[in-house]
Design a protein around this ligand. Structure first.
Ligand SMILES: [Zn+2]
Length: 80
């Protein structure tokens, strides 16, 4: 599952499902069920939207306790 086809990359929910780490490393708060925040970033993850358009997005999950933005690579998701 580590290999990503840039022409047919995961959707945001599919990226969310790849998250391996569901706790904040700083305070142990659960990240389970927290949404992915995404913005356009050249160094990010190929992602397709619900209309099949491909974007390169920086993907992160915000800790509800300390507010730290955990980028997906820190949550065990390779950039593909
Ligand atoms: Zn935290």
């Amino acid at each position: 599952m580590a290999v990503v086809d840039p022409l047919n990359p995961p959707t945001l929910p599919e990226w969310r499902a790849r998250v391996q780490v569901e706790e904040c490393k700083w305070d142990g708060a659960s990240l389970r069920g927290r949404p992915i925040d995404a913005y356009v970033h050249e160094g990010g993850w190929y992602t397709q939207d619900h209309e099949g358009r491909v974007h390169k997005l920086w993907l992160s999950v915000r800790c509800p306790k300390c507010g730290y933005d955990w980028s997906l690579n820190k949550l065990g998701v390779p950039r593909g």
